[in-house]
Design a protein around this ligand. Structure first.
Ligand SMILES: [Zn+2]
Length: 127
């Protein structure tokens, strides 16, 4: 568990460093920026970093494929792992594309990406 945390920390630090490097590059290249210009750059980097951080944590969740599968929201029977599928997730920290385990109910022919909240996000995207 500790090792896993260290790996995640390294991944998150790398994302944060990339954002900081981008800010410093911009800072060196930009002569006398206004407060608004600085804010624009920082807010954009904050958004990007938020998305990357969400991805790192979500992908870590995905590393553990639930067995048994989640209960079908329609019939309550166990859903079965089907495949890894690319999906777009619209989260409060932004929109991101990632590979997630997809579960399917053979009785209801419905599918979802656990945990449920991301399936809701997926449904929201389709509306
Ligand atoms: Zn079902």
């Amino acid at each position: 568990m500790k090792r896993r945390r260290e790996e995640l920390e390294a991944a998150l630090l790398a994302e944060a460093k990339a954002a900081i490097d981008e800010l410093l590059d911009w800072h060196e290249e930009t002569e006398a920026p206004t407060l608004t210009q600085i804010e624009d750059v920082v807010l954009d980097l904050r958004k990007q970093l938020g998305e990357r951080m969400t991805e790192v944590v979500l992908e870590e969740q995905e590393a553990v494929r639930p067995v048994p599968g989640p209960a079908c929201p329609e019939c309550g029977r166990e859903m079965h792992y089907k495949d890894m599928k690319g999906t777009t997730i619209r989260a409060r920290s932004g929109e991101m594309k990632l590979e997630r385990a997809y579960y399917y109910c053979k009785d209801c022919h419905g599918g979802l990406f656990p945990p449920g909240s991301t399936a809701e996000a997926e449904n929201a995207k389709l509306e």
